[in-house]
Design a protein around this ligand. Structure first.
Ligand SMILES: C[S@@+](CC[C@H](N)C(=O)[O-])C[C@H]1O[C@@H](n2cnc3c(N)ncnc32)[C@H](O)[C@@H]1O
Ligand code: SF4
Length: 380
């Protein structure tokens, strides 16, 4: 176990009570009543099969994401956490996160999730005013969101809130006030995401039909700056492009697993993983549709879960794409397969987009603002 990377576990719960018009995650309405329970059972089988692939590891994080995992039965989440603890050696401070939507029905189950071992809630608050929540097609209003946040802050030692900004009509002043209110509700971690119009979503169709116009890039950039300045003023560090934590202990250990290039397993429909075996990084991917995933898990032992070896170059490219998102960056020694051009790096340092650090490739805050262009420039 000594030199194998630590392990994170991602569990994808794909069901939602209502599909939001901006969302392009792998999500479904429940169509067959018995399917969710079958999925929870299949995840336990999948976990055991994947433990054969990893060998002994130190488990640092379990993350229930979705979809809406707060719609799971808390007992199912508890069984998955217990199985993961049996299959790998849990770190003393194992982080167990669950994404939740802020309806009253879900808030009523927070205590049961905490008893099942969840110690960090990531609540999809999205906005704190009714007009914005209606625009975003959410199935809760602002008062319900505040109630759920208060209940979550009581039930869990750690609370993170997701917010969506760059909504029509939003001003930097109103956004700063909303961020302050979110912090006052008891969050130690905030993930404010700029609204993205994803291809194939209801918002994509609405924009193409002229029903609304997304915020222009200048307003988006101004709201991003407002986010950084407001949260910094409240004692939060932007340790990643869209993630702000009050102190190092409040950072999401699970996301750091991705951004530091450690190994992670994915169970559930569409969940992917990265497993290092004999020094080679491998990818795993679950079937996207729940019914297909159930069929594949039923066929464990006949090629499932499948491993695909990544070339050293592909593995190093992934390190750049994920590592430049965090302020720590990536040790340059991990990027030798890329044969990065020193003159190009020197130019990006001169432009103020990369930090002048001989040990690590690190984006500056200005570089993280244009991360897609920066990584494209580095990798071509
Ligand atoms: C997978 S969702 C799960 C959270 C939970 N189901 C909920 O809706 O509250 C994770 C987060 O991604 C963000 N998100 C999803 N689609 C987005 C989009 N198109 N633009 C910006 N943020 C988005 C939302 O903030 C959401 O809370
Ligand atoms: S934002 Fe959350 S609730 Fe809405 S569709 Fe996406 S995963 Fe489901």
């Amino acid at each position: 176990m000594s030199d194998a990377p630590p392990l994170g576990l991602y569990v994808h719960w794909p069901y939602c009570a209502k599909i939001c018009p901006y969302c392009d995650f792998n999500v479904y309405r429940v169509r067959r009543e018995e399917e969710p329970a079958a999925l929870a059972r299949a995840m336990l089988d999948d976990l055991a099969a994947q433990a054969e692939l990893t060998g002994p590891r130190r488990l640092v994080s379990v993350f229930f994401g979705g979809g809406t995992p707060s719609l799971m039965e808390p007992d199912w989440a508890g069984e998955i956490v217990a199985a993961a603890r049996r299959l790998w050696a849990p770190a003393g401070d194992l982080e167990v996160s669950l994404e939740a939507n802020p309806t009253d029905a879900e808030a009523a189950r927070f205590a049961a999730f905490a008893a099942a071992g969840v110690n960090r809630l990531s609540l999809g608050l999205q906005a704190l005013d009714d007009a914005s929540l209606a625009f975003l097609g959410r199935n809760h209003d602002a008062a319900t969101g505040v109630r759920a946040t208060t209940a979550a802050a009581r039930a869990f030692p750690r609370l993170s809130l997701d917010l969506i900004y760059a909504r029509p009509g939003q001003t930097p002043e109103r956004w700063a006030a909303e961020l302050r209110q979110a912090v006052e509700l008891g969050a130690e971690h905030l993930s404010p995401y700029q609204l993205t119009i994803e291809a194939g979503t209801a918002f994509d169709r609405a924009v193409r039909r002229g029903r609304f116009t997304p915020a222009d890039p200048e307003l988006g950039a101004a709201l991003y700056e407002t986010t950084q300045a407001t949260l910094e003023g409240l004692g939060f560090t932007a340790y990643e492009v869209s993630n702000h934590a009050r102190g190092a202990a409040a950072r999401s250990r699970h996301n750091l697993v991705y951004w530091r290039g450690w190994d992670y397993l994915g169970v559930g429909p569409g969940a992917h993983g990265r497993i290092t075996r004999h020094g080679v990084r491998h990818a795993t991917l679950g079937e996207m549709r729940p019914a297909d995933y159930l069929a594949r898990v039923a066929a464990i032992g006949t090629g499932f879960p499948a491993l695909e070896a990544l070339s050293p170059r592909d593995a190093a490219e992934e390190r750049v794409l994920s590592g430049l998102r965090i302020d720590d960056g990536v040790p340059r020694a991990e990027l030798t397969a890329l044969e990065l051009d020193p003159a190009r790096i020197a130019r990006l340092i001169e432009l103020g987009l990369l930090a002048d650090d001989p040990e690590r490739l690190r984006a500056t805050p200005a570089g993280r603002l244009v991360l897609d262009a920066l990584t494209a420039d580095l990798l071509t």
